[in-house]
Ligand binder design. Structure first.
Ligand SMILES: [Zn+2]
Length: 138
C-alpha cells in the first residue's frame, strides 16, 4: 500500500470536526477527553484517516498524562518522527507515513522495553477489537 493523498475537502467530509482539527491541523485534544484514554480491550489501533495499523493494545500503558500512551509502535506502522518547535517547546511530532496525519508526540520518559512514550490523540486513532477467538485463547 502506498501513500495516500486527499484534498482538504475530502478530509473534511471523511472526518469529524475534532478528528480533522487534530489530524490535519496538528491539533491536540483536551487531556482526559479522548475515547481511548482509558480503553484496555485487546485489539489494534489504526490511523483514523487511512487505516494504517499503528499500535496494539499490549503496548498501551497508563501514563496518567491524559492521552492514550504506548511504549512501542507496530513493526509495520512506520510512524514518522519530525522536530516540532511550536508553542515554544522542543518536541518530536509523530506523523502517519501514509497520509501525513498528525498523531501526537513522543517523549523519552516511557517504560521498558523502549523507554519511550508515544503520546497519541484518541481523535487520531480507530480501535479495532481483537477477534473473539483470540479472547477465548487467553
Ligand atoms: Zn494515516
Amino acid at each position: 500500500m502506498g501513500k495516500i493523498s486527499k484534498t482538504d475537502q475530502e478530509w473534511r467530509e471523511q472526518l469529524t470536526p475534532e478528528q480533522y482539527r487534530v489530524t490535519r491541523q496538528a491539533g491536540t485534544e483536551a487531556p482526559y477527553s479522548g475515547r481511548y484514554e482509558q480503553a484496555w480491550e485487546p485489539g489494534h489501533y489504526h490511523c483514523v484517516c487511512c487505516s494504517q495499523p499503528l499500535f496494539e493494545s499490549g503496548s498501551k500503558f497508563s501514563a496518567g498524562c491524559g492521552w492514550p500512551s504506548f511504549h512501542s509502535e507496530l513493526a509495520e506502522a512506520g510512524i514518522v518522527q519530525r522536530p516540532d518547535n511550536s508553542h515554544g517547546m522542543n518536541r518530536v511530532e509523530l506523523v502517519c507515513w501514509r497520509c501525513d496525519a498528525h498523531l501526537g508526540h513522543i517523549f523519552p520518559d516511557g517504560p521498558a522495553p523502549t523507554g519511550m512514550r508515544y503520546c497519541i490523540n484518541s481523535a487520531s486513532l480507530d480501535f479495532r477489537p481483537a477477534p473473539d477467538r483470540d479472547k477465548n485463547a487467553e
